[in-house]
Design a protein around this ligand. Structure first.
Ligand SMILES: Cc1cc2nc3c(=O)[nH]c(=O)nc-3n(C[C@H](O)[C@H](O)[C@H](O)COP(=O)(O)OP(=O)(O)OC[C@H]3O[C@@H](n4cnc5c(N)ncnc54)[C@H](O)[C@@H]3O)c2cc1C
Length: 468
């Protein structure tokens, strides 16, 4: 028997993957008796915000991940397709019908026992195999326990991340590699501003449209009336307390030169094109060991995504940058996975306890569900006395897990699946389209190899006929 905590995207997939492999599951879900500040129903796998499960195109990173999930027997993707509504390239779903269908399938599964109650660590005994999939709004006792087990510094309560760009789309005839005073290698890229381009950027930044604040993020209840600016200030105080940062647009509002003296100070830098110090410089830091992704240093913000693309493309060198992830500052509980988790998503400090979904540091419904399937496979193998073979690095799964294990000393930030996570192809090309085709081909071959390895491992094969 495996205990799965939370019937969100990860929890239902983990429970399903286990049960379909013949392993009995006890699944805890506290809703509707107790709820989170974002959920509104008692359905399993509730879509708390958008009803989109991202791109359907098999040639996109999210489409590729879905292909791999399908091959592993995903419940979420199958039912999302059955309850799809028109959404262009995106897999959009009817949220009521989808939630109802997922709940019905899980509740009816003969090997899944559902307990509609809040789980606390005291409910499990040492030696139990547990998958904790309590999501970005985990209850306090669960968060407190995870902080104790992993070390408080490895659990985050707020996600304050800067936008990330695909390295191959940065204009290297403008952005230059250099660290301040030439000390510490050339890991950083610098985007140099002249006075005019800097002032235009600041003006665009402070006037750009921002994401409205959720009441609960500032500590209020979901339905509590918002009273900005008081709530906004409470929220920012919390963010600063937990993450030590302020949104860049708030800093820029303090005065036109505040960024030039702070986040974008150009000291110790010399632009090789002019031979002098730039007026200001936005630094880009590698987001992974392979340097295929760069994050914009100290650019955490709460602008709308379209606005971020517009404003940050005004930065010299980023005019054609492709954003693989936008900046956010919001409530989000997650672990510093490279320090706290093994690639099998088991807590390094507590054998037998696995973490799944958004808590692991992936971001999004689909990515969370994908991790759920992996946790189900891993624990099915564990119960059978074996060890699941890791996905090849080239697959979408391998790419996500590689992010969760990347040992760089950058601050760890949650990530959705994107091109930059897939490894550069063995045969390089300057053409982005060709590179992506090669990445996809490698992912397809990697999946085949992985499925074979899973078939020949000690993991029970999915029965395929147990659930409906
Ligand atoms: C406000 C908000 C909006 C978001 N919008 C989007 C979006 O539009 N698109 C997108 O792709 N991603 C979005 N996300 C990100 C994220 O991908 C989703 O939250 C996703 O649902 C995460 O999946 P999960 O399985 O990890 O957690 P969840 O789906 O949140 O599931 C966790 C489950 O655990 C239950 N639970 C928690 N604690 C306990 C406990 N102690 N005992 C028993 N049950 C418990 C909860 O009730 C919940 O059902 C959003 C996140 C938030 C917070």
């Amino acid at each position: 028997m495996v205990t799965v905590v939370g019937a969100g995207f990860a929890g239902v997939e983990a429970a399903w993957a286990l049960a379909e492999r013949g392993v009995p599951v006890r699944l805890y879900e506290m809703r509707p008796l107790t709820t989170t500040p974002a959920h509104e129903t008692g359905w399993f796998a509730e879509l708390v915000c958008s009803n989109s499960l991202k791109s359907k195109l098999p040639t996109s990173p999210a489409g590729r991940l879905k292909e791999e999930m399908r091959a592993l027997g995903s419940l979420v993707i199958r039912l999302a397709e059955e309850h799809a509504v028109p959404g262009g390239e995106a897999l959009a779903v009817d949220r009521e019908r989808f939630g109802e269908a997922v709940t019905a399938a899980v509740v009816r599964h003969p090997l899944i026992e559902v307990r509609r109650e809040e789980w606390t660590p005291a409910a499990s005994s040492p030696g139990d195999t547990v998958i904790v999939a309590t999501g970005p709004l985990s209850t306090d006792p669960v968060s407190e326990w995870l902080a104790q087990v992993t070390g408080r510094q490895h659990l985050y309560f707020y996600d304050a991340v800067s936008p990330t760009v695909d390295a191959s789309t940065v204009d290297l005839s403008v952005a230059f590699a250099q660290s301040r005073y030439d000390k510490g290698g050339d890991d950083y890229l610098n985007c140099p501003f002249e006075k005019d381009s800097y002032l235009a950027f600041v003006e665009a930044l402070v006037t750009a449209e921002r994401v409205p604040l959720h009441a609960f993020e500032a500590g209020g209840k979901r339905d509590a009336p918002l009273s900005p600016p008081q709530k906004e200030e409470e929220f920012l105080a919390k963010v600063q307390y937990f993450s030590g940062c302020m949104p860049i647009e708030v800093i820029a509002e303090r005065g036109a030169r505040s960024l030039a003296f702070g986040n974008f100070k150009p000291v110790g830098l010399t632009d090789p094109r002019t031979g002098r110090r730039p007026y200001a410089a936005l630094q880009l830091r590698p987001e992974n060991r392979e340097k295929t992704l760069y994050s914009l240093v100290a650019c955490q913000n709460r602008l709308r995504f379209g606005e971020q693309r517009r404003v940050f493309r005004m930065v010299p060198g980023l005019e054609r940058a492709e954003f693989v992830r936008y900046g956010v500052i919001h409530r989000n509980t997650y672990l510093e996975a490279p320090k706290a988790l093994t690639p099998w998503l088991e807590l390094r400090e507590l054998a037998g306890v696995f973490v799944s979904g958004q808590l692991t540091g992936v971001e999004g419904y689909v990515e969370s569900a994908a991790m759920g399937i992996w946790s189900g496979i891993v624990t099915a193998a564990r119960v059978g006395g074996g060890k699941a073979p890791l996905p090849p690095r080239e697959t979408a799964y391998g790419s996500l897990l590689s992010h969760l294990q990347d040992p760089t000393d950058r601050p760890f930030a949650p990530m959705n699946v994107n091109w930059g996570l897939f490894p550069e192809p063995a045969e390089p090309s300057r053409d982005k389209g060709v590179r992506r085709e090669r990445k996809l081909a490698a992912a397809v071959a990697g999946l085949e190899a992985w499925l074979e390895a899973l078939d020949s491992s000690a993991i029970p094969a999915p029965k395929g006929t147990l659930g409906v």
